[in-house]
Design a protein around this ligand. Structure first.
Ligand SMILES: CC(=O)N[C@@H](CCC[C@H](N)C(=O)O)C(=O)O
Length: 383
């Protein structure tokens, strides 16, 4: 068998695009991936499951003359977004879409895996098909389950993320931090509802929540070093039922983002202080839940990343560019705290739409050069 050709890769991508599943529920995706891996089964390929995270798949390829074990990770989950692309191969699952391109990530990983299932690698390779990147921090869960121990422990880890702002097939990364660390904010203010005409007899949770939304804007403007920057976004605000009843409850959700873990911790503390202060000022109760999970800053390691940049820059068949850091989050950041490694962008040329857009339509011609660049680089790492 030869390497998967363009048409075969596109078919896999379209199959996966039609079955987008949410974090920790990637059952059809898991079965589809496994069916391909079984087709490519060889003496040197071993598959492992993780009982506590049943949609995760680890694949190990035994090297011919191993000096190390190289890890390659792809995420497999999708988003609660209703697809609006109108593509013939659109999502078949209502309200769910591969709007972050994990279908592209999986296809690239499968292309690389199929190559090394056909051509036994020199070093050992571990492919990690990771559930729950968008939420629920699957990488952290699988690590904590002890999956990366013994012969399953990678010495280094690599991963990609698609980028609609870059030309199709371009690979881009940088030394140091590529992606921000994040923290989810889940906050409920509870007051007392009442008649709109008698505010003095109620405790207005909506007004408290509105004050909170405005006050947290000062975290980035007054507490974060402006040279480093950060983000506090409240993306969801639900309160009240009708115009003439004071809301007794307000629910807010948002995200904190920064490039340094110390900034994340400081911003978490400021969110706690503001929630407590607002609760006291408005006589309501604040229930605050801050979840970082595995979304640590994605720190590209010096040795692996320098080698990758030098290798890809020198190869005229690879379109490589250095990139700026981004405020997107990724729980690959947790794995970069545990194993040295590198995450790169893969350009998919859809500049009109951002990641998470219901119109996101990555160019499939990015897949084949992505696969080829990684096969070359991994073979180079094995020399
Ligand atoms: C690449 C990307 O879009 N990642 C997501 C990761 C979500 C992190 C977590 N749920 C949070 O918001 O804190 C992103 O939103 O950046």
């Amino acid at each position: 068998m030869s390497d998967l050709d363009n048409e075969e890769l596109i078919k896999i991508r379209r199959d996966l695009h039609q079955i987008p599943e949410l974090a920790l529920h990637e059952v059809q995706t898991h079965d589809y991936l496994l069916s391909l891996m079984k087709l490519w089964s060889t003496d040197w390929l071993e598959i492992k499951s993780v009982p506590s995270v049943p949609t995760a798949i680890l694949v190990r390829l035994q090297g011919t003359d191993p000096h190390k074990t190289i890890g390659y990770r792809t995420d497999i989950d999708a988003l609660p977004v209703t697809e609006q692309t109108g593509l013939a191969f659109s999502s078949t699952i209502p309200g769910q879409m591969h709007a972050c391109g994990h279908d592209i990530h999986m296809t690239v990983a499968l292309g690389i895996l199929q190559h090394f299932a056909e051509h036994q690698p020199k070093d050992n390779l571990i492919f990690f098909f990771q559930p729950a990147e968008e939420a629920e921090y699957g990488g952290y869960r699988v690590y904590e389950a002890g999956a990366f121990t013994g012969k399953w422990r990678p010495d280094e880890f690599f991963a990609i993320h698609d980028n609609p702002s870059l030309p199709a097939g371009q690979i881009a990364t940088r030394l140091g931090t590529l992606f921000a660390g994040t923290t989810e904010i889940h906050l409920t203010f509870t007051g007392e509802s009442g008649h709109a005409a008698y505010p003095q007899r109620a405790k207005d949770a909506l007004v408290a929540a509105a004050a909170f939304v405005m006050q947290v804007q000062t975290i980035v403007s007054r507490n974060v070093d402006p040279i480093r920057g950060g983000v506090v976004t409240i993306g969801s605000f639900h309160a009240g039922q009708v115009m003439n009843v004071i809301a007794g409850e307000a629910k807010l959700e948002g995200t904190i983002r920064a490039f340094l873990q110390s900034d994340i911790l400081m911003m978490q503390q400021r969110v706690r202080e503001i929630a407590d202060g607002v609760a006291q000022t408005y006589g309501v109760k604040a229930d605050l839940n801050l979840i970082q999970g595995g979304y640590m800053p994605v720190e590209n390691a010096i040795e692996q990343t320098t080698d990758l940049i030098e290798f890809m820059t020198a190869d005229p068949t690879i379109d490589f560019a250095e990139s700026e850091p981004a405020m997107t989050g990724e729980d690959f950041g947790f794995l970069t705290q545990k194993f040295p490694g590198t995450m790169v962008w893969l350009g998919v040329n859809d500049p009109e739409h951002s990641l998470h857009s219901d119109h996101l339509n990555p160019e499939e011609r990015a897949i084949k050069p992505g696969v080829e660049a990684w096969i070359k680089f991994l073979e180079h790492r094995m020399q």
